[in-house]
Design a protein. Structure first.
Length: 245
């Protein structure tokens, strides 16, 4: 680890680094622990240790061959949280019996799982984590977290069909909660739900004689898809997720 003079810590003695030295935030990002920005935040929080010593200075360099880097987070902070833009064709599952799991898109994904589902023919925002307690906050029976979808329809959405869906249809004998639809064009709209039954968006439009041609989830609570391209993800803190729900 560099000092201001370019030295490194090792067993209490100063060791001069070779040209292989790399900034600690870049090293942690390459190792798959986090993004560079998040690494800087971890340093500020006192979670990064080099050769057993708490690192406090951002921009510090280490030699991956000589220095031992550890992340020591509080127990709760050890949980991982990702916002992923699920591409078409991927499964919102852990296993791959019928196709590729979206977990292929995240490195070091052992123990992770998606919260909720998007079917194989749908894309968009999904939360991937190893925090089981978060699941009921988002998709539990008592959850009222909004999920917003951008929809392309085969036929024009009539005012009558819009009203029928917004009032809350019944699917398989169970009454759905009211929802909101915002037309964008005659065949495009956004629909906001506070629940997420299996293929709910596609099924409610089928009930009014229409067909969904494409479906993209763009928001969960206040967490937005933003500029994430299909297959891309970003790391988020638990506190940000909870504040957004």
């Amino acid at each position: 680890m560099d000092t201001q003079n370019g030295g490194a810590m090792g067993g209490g003695q100063e060791v001069w680094l070779l040209m292989e030295s790399v900034r600690i935030n870049k090293y942690l990002a390459q190792r798959g622990d986090c993004s560079r920005r998040e690494a800087d935040q971890w340093i500020d929080q006192g979670w990064v240790f080099v050769n057993g010593v708490c690192l406090r200075e951002q921009g510090t360099k280490i030699d991956p061959d000589l220095d031992q880097v550890e992340i020591r987070k509080p127990t709760e902070a050890l949980k991982r949280y990702y916002l992923l833009n699920k591409p078409l064709g991927y499964l919102s599952t852990v296993g791959e019996q019928e196709g590729w799991s979206l977990l292929r898109l995240i490195p070091h994904s052992a123990g992770l799982f998606p919260i909720g589902r998007l079917d194989k023919d749908s894309e968009g925002l999904i939360i991937v984590t190893d925090d089981r307690t978060l699941q009921r906050n988002i998709i539990g029976e008592s959850s009222r977290v909004e999920k917003e979808y951008r929809v392309l329809l085969r036929d024009e959405l009539t005012p009558g069909a819009k009203h029928t869906i917004e009032e809350g249809l019944s699917l398989r004998g169970k009454q759905l909660r009211p929802c909101r639809i915002y037309p964008v064009s005659p065949t495009q709209c956004s629909i906001v739900l506070t629940e997420g039954k299996n293929r709910q968006v596609r099924r409610v439009f089928e009930r009014v004689g229409n067909q969904v041609l494409s479906l993209t989830r763009v928001r969960i609570g206040d967490l937005a898809l933003g500029t994430l391209n299909p297959g891309e993800y970003r790391v988020v803190d638990r506190s940000k997720i909870l504040a957004s729900l």
